[in-house]
Design a protein around this ligand. Structure first.
Ligand SMILES: [Zn+2]
Length: 364
């Protein structure tokens, strides 16, 4: 072999070695593996933590890795971020914390499509489907498999925990620490009534926080309930940290109610104008909301078939007939009357009522 030939052979040999090294490094279990953050599913990046302040203006879709199923597979929670061209407040929207309450999912999808990030001042962090195990199981609850299966109300588990026992608490804790805490200045948690019942467009808000009170009115609901909240809910967990938060109840579960969704989209946009995320003028609702602070549930005394005599969002007077319960043959069992004046806040939509099931809820 000539000198030139030897050099050429050495160069080719060196290149071959380099290619072999690169090939080995890309094989599973060799060399540098891709960071978990680089994982993608259907073109959507999987993240185990997210800092919205680090994102450039634009729209982003992510899957947040929020824990594990019993098979070892991860529970992926979808996340949409709208990062505005200008700085401003950070709004958090969450939907389906109860897995059968679906209208809020469509509200978030609509807002993500309709809001242009070049006119947005601030950030929208939106979770269109928080309780993945409940959604999979058609259930309000976080549905676990341990001990033969269990169901937990996820909206009593926040801020959760990051170690120790409690499957639902761990799920809540991963969401809280990796995604929610420190990333919102204002919060709207989107719900509906539970299966077999319905709400009008309705807001839970704690008026001791003046911004939460303003937000409740900006959403243009039929009814507002002013109350101090409930431990473990997303609303109250944020409020305890001084972050204004409201729970927005949008109708009935397990369906998309177009009129309710349209009104909720308009309400959230109005709130965004009020809080400085969108340009425009804050709208007043067509009719002012009914505002109350306590309600009474009227329960079926025995099991039976209920016929209601009131509609959602209707005014009622004390002693007004609200429902009649019948036996399977249509014979009357019991009559139910309003215990006080007020507004019908919730109704049973499923006529089959077991003893102790709610028939009508009246707010005063
Ligand atoms: Zn709910």
């Amino acid at each position: 072999m000539t000198g030139v030939g030897q050099k050429l052979f050495a160069v080719i040999g060196g290149l071959f070695g380099l290619l072999l090294m690169v090939a080995l490094m890309t094989l599973p279990g060799h060399g540098t593996e891709p960071a978990p953050e680089a994982d993608q599913i259907g073109g959507v990046q999987v993240v185990s933590s997210l800092d919205v302040s680090a994102l450039k203006p634009g729209r982003y879709n992510f899957y947040f890795d929020a824990g594990w199923r019993n098979s070892g597979q991860t529970i992926l929670v979808p996340v949409i971020v709208l990062k505005g061209a200008k700085p401003g407040p950070r709004l958090l929207l969450t939907a389906a914390v109860h897995g059968d309450e679906l209208n809020g999912i469509r509200v978030i999808q609509r807002l993500a499509d309709e809001i242009a990030t070049d006119t947005l001042e601030g950030t929208v962090l939106a979770l269109p489907g928080v309780n993945q195990t409940g959604m999979n199981a058609n259930s309000r609850y976080y549905v676990g498999s341990s001990g033969g299966g269990f169901m937990v109300d996820l909206n009593r588990e926040f801020p959760g925990r990051t170690e120790g026992g409690g499957t639902a608490e761990l799920f809540a804790g991963r969401l809280w620490t990796g995604l929610l805490a420190g990333q919102a200045d204002i919060v709207v948690d989107l719900h509906t009534q539970t299966q077999g019942s319905a709400y009008p467009l309705f807001v839970f808000a704690d008026f001791s926080n003046s911004t939460a009170q303003e937000m409740a009115y900006a959403l243009m609901p039929d009814i507002i309930k002013n109350d101090p909240g409930q431990k473990g809910t997303l609303e109250t967990t944020f409020m305890e940290q001084g972050i204004p938060a409201v729970t927005f109840e949008i109708g009935a579960p397990k369906q998309f109610q177009k009129e309710m969704i349209d009104r909720a989209v308009a309400g959230v946009k109005n709130l965004m104008i009020q809080q400085g995320l969108l340009p425009g003028t804050v709208r007043a609702p067509k009719a002012p909301p009914f505002v109350g602070s306590s309600y009474t549930n009227i329960y079926a005394g025995v099991g039976g078939i209920a016929v209601l005599h009131v509609a959602l969002n209707q005014n009622v007077e004390k002693d007004q007939l609200v429902a009649v319960l019948y036996d399977p043959f249509g014979r009357e069992i019991e009559r139910y009357y309003a215990p006080h004046d007020g507004r019908v806040l919730a109704i049973a939509t499923d006529p089959l009522r077991e003893a102790g099931a709610m028939l009508v809820r009246i707010l005063q």
